[in-house]
Design a protein around this ligand. Structure first.
Ligand code: SAM
Length: 308
């Protein structure tokens, strides 16, 4: 059966009930299981992932395989990690006609990404693609970004509509947050299309959207702070206390451990650093772009080394 017909079948509610019923499996809300039943969505999502041009793809949470089947017909190698062991025999059956897919039973959050990608794809470029379980969206995105795996070229994700707005927000807007700044440091995020609750079974309470993040290649990051940990500490400080001015948020923050245990940023130092980075210390941190956070952290690095 061609891949398109397979995923069409996998999106049929009757088929999903049948295949899960035969295996005595029920939907597990705790694992965020809302399976796709609108066949156009796995096709469009897989098309978006394939735009990366990577030969391989990593899928998180294949479910019963609707998106996986579309990925199998667009990529040379597919590796899919599924936490729910009761779905593994179902996946072995629904994807039996593909010889380019490996299903791994496990919790994606426990996986060492670089080791995994080397073992699965032999160092070749790969895309990440997933209809994410919404209960762990942020930890998964941060894990993917912080892995800094040079072979990972893009991330295409179905997320809750509000999360899509946060991932693609501009500085100074209410949706802009620490995760927006992090994403814009590692890559370029775009909201691709919206997905209605009726496209899933069971029907979720929220709307969804597909977002793609094109990752910057090693050595080609547009923003290069002297101390990445310090920059992220400043970002966390600014968004952890959104209502405070930048100056007040910074002065109630501890420096990363390499500056000593529990060392606080002094007010005068924070003020001087902000001014020398061309930033008004009385603004709220949430208006700063990631380039401005980097400039601030560089100025703070200089101020700290002068003070020593
Ligand atoms: N890809 C399928 C689809 O689009 O129809 C299923 C998507 S469903 C929203 C999320 C899937 O992620 C479920 O199959 C769930 O069991 C799996 N999952 C949840 N937590 C996971 C984790 N920590 N690691 C790997 N898979 C996980």
């Amino acid at each position: 059966m061609p891949a398109g017909d397979i995923s069409q079948n996998l999106c049929s509610q009757k088929y999903i009930r049948e295949v899960m019923g035969c295996a005595g499996v029920t939907f597990k809300k705790g694992y965020g299981q809302n399976f796709l039943i609108n066949p156009s969505i796995p096709k469009k999502t897989a098309d978006a992932a394939a735009e990366s041009g990577a030969p391989c793809v990593l899928e998180i949470g294949p479910g019963i395989g609707a998106l996986t089947a579309e990925l199998c017909s667009r990529f040379e190698r597919v590796a899919a990690v599924e936490i729910d062991e009761t779905l593994i025999p179902i996946l072995n059956k629904t994807l039996a006609s593909f010889n380019n897919v490996t299903i791994i039973k496990g919790d994606f959050l426990d996986i060492d990404i670089k080791t995994f990608s080397r073992e699965m794809f032999g160092g070749r470029d790969y895309a990440v693609c997933a209809n994410l379980p919404y209960y762990i969206t942020t930890p998964i995105i941060m894990k993917l970004l912080e892995a800094k795996d040079p072979a990972m070229v893009s991330i295409t994700l179905m997320v809750q509509s509000e999360v899509a707005a946060r991932l693609t927000a501009s500085p100074g807007t209410s949706d802009y947050g620490a995760i927006t700044a992090a994403v814009s440091y590692y890559g370029r995020a775009r909201r691709l299309f919206n997905v209605s609750p009726g496209s899933f079974m069971p029907v979720p309470k929220v709307s969804s959207a597909v977002v793609s993040i094109e990752l910057y290649k090693k050595g080609q990051y547009p923003v290069n702070p002297k101390d990445e940990d310090l920059m992220f500490a400043l970002i966390r400080a600014a968004f952890g206390q959104r209502r405070k001015t930048l100056l007040n948020a910074l002065t109630s923050t501890s420096l990363p451990k390499n500056y000593g245990n529990g060392v606080q940023i002094k007010k005068e130092m924070a003020k001087t650093a902000a001014e020398s980075a061309g930033i008004d210390p009385s603004v709220r941190g949430e208006v700063l772009s990631v380039a401005q956070f980097a400039a601030l952290s560089d100025a703070l690095c200089d101020a700290i080394s002068h003070a020593l």
